[in-house]
Design a protein. Sequence first.
Lengths: 136, 134
Amino acid sequence: MTAKNIRLSILLAGLAAAGTALAQVGHPAKGSWSGYWGPGETDQRRMLLLLNWEDNRIGGTINPGRNSVAIDRAALDASDWNLTIEADMPADGNAGGTVRFVATGKLENLGSWTNRRYSGTYRLGDETGTISLSLN
Amino acid sequence: MKLKLIISIAFAAASVTAPHAFAHHSFAAEFDADSPIELAGVVTKVDWTNPHTYIYIDVETERGDYEQWGIEMGSPNGLMRRGWTRNSLAIGDEVSVSGTRARDGSLKGNARTVVLASGERLFAGSSQTADDEE
């Protein structure tokens, strides 16, 4: 095999691989996240969070499905990767109404496909606690 | 000269496609036909990839915590032939899966059938069926 053909092989392999390499994952918050949130270690609830990036804004749903809650405000500060999510959650009990949910946390391991995390704290009405989610 | 050029192109193509080829595997190598599983959970992720489609579901345990299972199904084309569409599964859907557990005991399974949130029951293009037919 001549040097010319070796160079050609490398070029072709590079071009073929470029299609994969150029695949974009989009906004760093976009995707399906799941994990736990709660006021204490022994009082944790499961959360599935679906975030989208559309029309230059972050939107999405908390616990998509039968008990879904629409996110009505989400903001990402790209200087420190702090992500704030706000929504009106249904109040516990039969009284009805909603309680304001505000989570503030940091996106971590942004270069990872398998271990991207969002962790921080939240306030749900008078309740405060921690939230820790991983990108699915 | 032409032969060398063809060999070069073939080598380049093979080196790029080899990882995809290795992703395909025998059912018996990874899953234990004697370990059936019945799971019900919430869909957290769907990967329409070749040679296998994967869905991931959160399954609540008796302890009250959650396990995240990865479920292998047939290829996207194979699933389409069995009645699946790209809208059959959405994040947050509650589904039931019947299939076979991974040999290594991990939270991974190979699905035979999936009952969708709509109640529709679909075959999942299990590679066990393909192995049995060989």
